[in-house]
Ligand binder design. Structure first.
Ligand code: HEM
Length: 489
């Protein structure tokens, strides 16, 4: 009987060794992967960030894993990240095309478009349109200040009380980008607003959550009625909303007199009507939703972390307020240019972004050709995960890599400096195209709110918890804050 069991056990191992995933020649090293399952059982599906760090310590800055039967390469640390995303930019600028996220978004949009003319044309168009609608000019600042008035009113009404800001910043940033895209803002209780924020936040958590990992690893389960179906439903919901807005535009638009992104795109469709072009109504909807999603869940989660840190470190909040009061004395509103006169506030906002680590694994890349990285060979079509968190807290790159300390961004003269390892927006040709808008929002919203209000950690709330909730974007756990109008107001 024992002989049979041992023989069976040896047979199972023999089969596993025969069928185990074999790494290509000179491929980055990594843990042994099981047939079919890959490395999925060796990682926490809820939040694999700690596992990625553990594997980095064993295998180095460039290592490989198997997602089901498919190999992927994890890139860590600034040196490898720069070699991949900047030095070998086009080699690493693709996107994987057979993941859960591709299937939910039906292959449209700019975020997940593979490297090539469709992506290039739509990225260029989005950047140009954002610029034309005032990025870097006063009109975008006006839009941000205008939207912020609704939040200020709500906070004033709650003066001295405690409230949960869970959706507060999502509403603000969703409306700011919504005005650029669709020329419209919504009341925070409006069904459009509550639904779109719900769908975006749910999908951001599902997109690289446990069910998405199983979906990507085990193709056979993809058509089963499992919880990942919810993400598909959410996409259908937001697609219907965007389609309705596009139809409404068609009825009232004046060609060549665009009022927003949708009008601009429709003008472009008119221009290209007789040409073979990648511009289409499906792409318009996909691109608008990409910008709306990317412009909502990122900035708002960063701001949520920001308020949490400022409550946990009241002396840092006070020092920001002193600088703001001094620079803005006699001025009605802050401008984005004021940042040059506020080195400490700038340092704090950047330190918030570094610790918030809002998009920890960037958006996954793919190699576009057979290429090399740090001496390893990586075949064309390999999925690449740029672990941005590993750079944002890399030892040797920061004065205080593991603390919340604005000194990370200040030199001995108290001037603002931005270390090379600050890359929350990633780097290279796929770098975040909303960086300009995001930075403007983070600065104007933080400064305006800190000028008017003091944010206090409620006495009965225990210790602040910075442990993030994992997803494509990290968010803080829901918390409460006490808000108080400042004496100077
Ligand atoms: C704090 C706020 C933000 C952070 C931390 C952030 C971060 C990122 C990161 C890490 C990527 C992936 C880059 C890569 O693949 O290498 C990305 C891509 C992107 N972001 Fe942002 N983002 C922010 C705000 C925004 C805003 C406000 C918008 C919209 C206006 C936006 C639009 C996009 C788009 C469209 C892409 C895809 C670019 C491409 O594939 O070519 N992001 N972002």
């Amino acid at each position: 009987m024992w002989a049979t069991i041992i023989l069976l056990w040896l047979c199972v191992w023999f089969i596993i060794l025969q069928f185990k995933c074999r790494r290509p020649k000179n491929f980055p090293p990594g843990p042994t992967a099981l047939p079919l399952l890959g490395n999925i059982l060796q990682m926490s599906l809820d939040n694999p960030l700690k596992d990625f760090e553990r594997l980095r310590k064993t295998y180095g800055n460039v290592y490989s894993l198997y997602l089901g039967p498919k190999p992927l390469v994890m890139i860590n640390g600034m040196k490898a990240m720069k070699e991949a995303l900047v030095t070998r930019a086009s080699d690493f600028a693709g996107r994987p095309q057979d993941l859960f996220v591709n299937h939910t978004t039906e292959g449209t949009g700019v975020i997940l478009a593979d490297y090539g003319p469709v992506w290039r044309d739509h990225r260029r168009f989005a950047l140009m349109t954002l610029r034309n609608f005032g990025l870097g000019k006063t009109s975008m600042e006006d839009r941000i200040h205008g939207e912020l008035q609704y939040t200020i009113k709500e906070l004033q009404e709650n003066n001295g009380k405690t409230l949960c800001p869970q959706h507060m910043f999502h509403n603000v940033s969703s409306n700011i980008i919504c005005q650029v895209l669709f020329g419209k803002r919504y009341n925070y209780q409006d069904k459009f607003m509550t639904e779109i924020v719900r769908c975006f936040t749910e999908n951001s958590k599902m997109a690289n959550g446990p069910w998405a990992m199983l979906y990507d690893s085990l193709p056979m389960i993809r058509s089963w009625p499992l919880p990942f179906r919810k993400a598909f439903e959410n996409v259908k919901t937001v697609q219907k909303m965007a389609t309705d807005l596009m139809e409404a535009h068609k009825k009232i638009r004046v060609p060549k007199e665009p009022q927003d992104f949708v009008d601009c795109y429709m003008d472009e469709l008119d221009k290209r009507v007789d040409q073979a072009s990648s511009f289409s109504e499906d792409q318009l909807r996909g691109n608008a939703l990409d910008l709306h999603f990317a412009g909502t869940d990122t900035t708002s989660n960063t701001l949520l972390f920001g308020i949490l840190y400022l409550m946990a470190y009241p002396h840092i909040q006070e020092r920001c307020q002193q600088e703001i009061d001094q620079v803005l004395e006699g001025c009605d509103l802050a401008t984005f240019d004021d940042r040059h006169k506020m080195p400490y506030v700038q340092a704090v906002i950047h330190e918030v972004q570094r610790n918030a680590n809002t998009v920890p694994l960037s958006v996954f890349h793919a190699t576009t050709v057979d290429t090399e990285l740090m001496g390893y060979s990586i075949p064309k079509g390999t999925m690449i995960i740029p672990n941005l968190s590993s750079v944002l807290c890399e030892e040797g790159e920061w004065k205080f890599p593991h603390d919340f300390n604005p000194e990370n961004f200040l030199n001995d003269e108290g001037e603002f400096v931005k270390p090379e390892a600050f890359m929350p927006f990633s780097a290279g040709p796929r770098m975040c195209l909303g960086e300009g808008l995001a930075r403007m929002e983070l600065f104007l919203i933080t400064v305006t709110l800190l000028r008017k209000f003091k944010f206090i950690w409620p006495e009965d709330a225990g210790e602040p918890d910075f442990t993030p909730v994992y997803g494509v974007t990290l968010s803080p756990k829901p918390y409460r804050m006490k808000v108080q109008l400042r004496a100077t107001q």
